[in-house]
Structures are given as structure tokens and as C-alpha cells.
Design a protein around this ligand. Structure first.
Ligand code: FE
Length: 358
């Protein structure tokens, strides 16, 4: 049994038990240091194991982890209420982080270290007090892939062009309601305004090669198989295939071209993975300490090398040949206040319903 499935096997009750023990120990030994931290993580990457073990090695703080998808974590936190043992919440995507903050699941974070490390547009202010609700810890670019035999880069060098008539019956994209797309469309709403964004979404629906199905990797494979001419994917799925030793993945990558869209305008959209302190955490100092660790150069490097994400912290150098090859070393990324992107998701969902984007 992998450690991942062991973590998944940890029940709420087991964790409540651990938290309960912590409380008992605390009252019996008031000065005893807290030695464990409960993390609810939607990061579904086995390479993250090293992040957790390195933290434990350097601090002596044991990590109990619950893995679930973003929606599952939010539901669980709500169900647990004040009894929740969660200390740190790691979610993938601004759309989910925004939802969790608005639902009152986070404590404000006070950390000079995080404020110095993470650029202002990659952290979110709280909707109530204006303190900091969560910090982005890594980013992924939402890129366009295309069939190199049928199209060229300039055909799809902007997101807007995905709605062009030349892609009729050629576009593949995962469900519009997936957080990665909600955030991209939320960003488009900031750039184009709601009316033009809805017209654009209608154009995407008109161009679809098939009803949205599967994850981002399936869209890349759809381009390679010829079912799709263009597709949208997060960069880390692409980098993972570029680094794969599997001949089928190599063959797929041979057939697709990649574009970092909107280099001439507002830049390529970034999806964010981020972290927050849980509303009912009993170990807030260690929770902040863990988030600070995730923003450190070594952890940031791990996001880049282990999971093919770009570091969120300023001035971190990393060495990932696939990321460098894909982007040409450098690219212009969109700079929008990340909370605005998350906030637009309700508006976006209504547009998706109106234009029939499933
Ligand atoms: Fe993902």
C-alpha cells in the first residue's frame, strides 16, 4: 500500500482522535511543543511526498495528511465545523480558494516571510477584514496545444482566436465548470468584459469537436489522435508528458505544438495552487510555519522539478528542462489580482449555462 493510499484511508474520526489527543496532552503538559500538523490537501501529486518529509525532517513536526479533491475538502471542512482538526488547507485553483474564503473556512494569515516572498497579485485579501486570506504557492500556465500538421502558432496565439471559425469542429476542452476553466474564463471577463466574454464562450461551444470530456491530458491526446485540432491544457500535464519515458507519450508530444497565448497583450493565464490556515486550527503558528516553508527556495524548487509548476515566490531559480523548452525560457504571464478572478466564477457559471458549455 502506498503512503498516498494510507493517507486517503485516514478517516475524519481518526483525525479527530489525533486532535483530541493533542488537546489532552496540551493540558497535561502546558509547555510541551506541538509536534503534529493536520493538512487537508487537494494537491494530487505523489511527488509532493518529499515536501512533507523534508518539513518533518527539519522541524520535527509530524504531518497527518488528508487527500481529497477541492470540492471534497470544502464539504468536509463545513461538515466538521468547529471540531475540524484541519490546520493547513492546500487547494488547486483560485476559484476554489476564493469559494473557501467566502465560506469562512480560513483564518487571516500574518507572516512577513510570506508577504516578502509571494508577489502581491498571487495572494488574496480577505473579503471581510482585508487581511490576507491565502497565498499562491505555485503556478501553471493555461496553454493552447495544436495539431502541427494542420495549424501553425500564429493561428492560436491568443485565447480569443479559439472562437475563430477556422476551428469549427476542432476545439477540445475539458468541462467549463472545472476550476481551471472557471478561472481562465473569469480572467477573460476581467479583460474583455462580460458581454464579449459570453460571445467568446458561445464561439468556443460552436467550435467544439466533442462534448467536453476528460481532463487536460485527454485533450492533448485528442490533438495527437487527430480528433481535435486545438485544445486547452495546463502546462504541467504537458511537461509531465514531455518528461515521460513512455513511447506513447513521446509520440503524442511529437505531434503537438504549444502556444503561450496573448504574449502581445495581457499575457498567458496562470492557474494558482495555494495554501491557507484553517478556520478552526488549534496550531496556527505551525500552520503558518508550514506555509512559509512551502514558499522557501527549496520547496519552491520542488514544485518546479517534482511537479512541473512555476515557483510563485520571487527570485527562485529552478532547473526543469521541460518547462524551459516549452516556454522558451521565459514568457509573459497575466497579472491580475487573483481574487478578482475567483470572484467572477459565479458570473462565469451563469454564462456557461446560457451558452450551453457543459
Ligand atoms: Fe490538475
Amino acid at each position: 500500500m502506498s503512503s498516498r493510499s494510507i493517507h486517503q484511508g485516514l478517516t475524519k474520526y481518526a483525525l479527530l482522535g489525533l486532535a483530541g489527543m493533542g488537546v489532552v496532552m496540551h493540558s497535561a503538559h502546558a509547555q510541551a511543543p506541538m509536534t503534529s500538523l493536520n493538512i487537508y490537501s487537494a494537491r494530487h501529486y505523489p511527488t509532493d511526498e518529499a515536501l512533507y518529509s523534508d518539513f518533518t525532517k527539519s522541524t520535527g513536526i509530524k504531518i497527518n495528511r488528508v487527500d481529497a479533491d477541492d470540492a471534497g475538502i470544502l464539504n468536509r471542512l463545513k461538515a466538521e465545523g468547529t471540531a475540524s482538526p484541519a490546520d493547513v488547507i492546500l487547494l488547486v485553483d483560485a476559484a476554489r480558494l476564493w469559494r473557501a474564503e467566502v465560506d469562512g473556512l480560513f483564518l487571516p494569515i500574518k507572516s512577513k516571510t510570506l508577504e516578502a516572498a509571494i508577489p502581491e497579485n498571487l495572494r488574496a485579501k480577505r473579503s471581510d477584514t482585508g487581511g490576507i486570506a491565502w497565498f499562491g504557492l505555485s503556478t501553471r500556465a493555461r496553454v493552447i496545444v495544436f495539431d502541427k500538421l494542420k495549424f501553425k502558432k500564429s493561428d492560436v496565439d491568443t485565447y480569443e482566436k479559439l472562437a475563430d471559425a477556422q476551428f469549427k469542429g476542432k476545439l477540445c476542452i475539458r468541462s467549463g465548470s472545472h476550476p481551471y476553466n472557471l478561472s481562465l474564463f473569469g480572467a477573460m471577463t476581467e479583460h474583455l468584459g462580460p458581454q464579449a466574454t459570453e460571445a467568446w464562450l458561445k464561439g468556443l461551444v460552436a467550435n467544439m469537436a466533442r462534448n467536453p470530456t476528460g481532463g487536460d491530458t485527454d485533450q492533448i491526446k485528442g490533438v495527437a489522435s487527430g480528433e481535435c485540432g486545438v485544445a486547452v491544457t495546463n502546462s504541467y500535464y504537458l511537461a509531465r508528458m514531455m518528461r515521460s519515458a513512455n513511447p506513447a507519450d513521446k509520440a503524442t508530444i511529437e505531434k503537438v505544438g504549444v502556444v503561450f497565448p496573448n504574449q502581445g497583450t495581457w499575457g498567458t493565464h496562470l492557474n494558482i495552487a495555494g495554501g491557507a490556515v484553517a478556520r478552526h486550527s488549534k496550531h496556527t503558528d505551525n500552520a503558518v510555519r508550514f506555509l512559509e516553508y512551502l514558499a522557501s527556495a527549496s520547496a519552491q524548487n520542488h514544485f518546479a522539478n517534482g511537479n512541473n509548476e512555476w515557483p510563485a515566490a520571487k527570485g527562485v531559480s529552478f532547473d526543469n528542462a521541460a518547462l524551459k523548452a516549452m516556454s522558451g525560457g521565459n514568457f509573459k504571464s497575466e497579472v491580475l489580482p487573483i481574487s478578482a478572478v475567483g470572484m467572477n466564477q459565479i458570473k462565469v457559471q451563469q454564462m456557461l449555462d446560457r451558452v450551453g458549455f457543459r
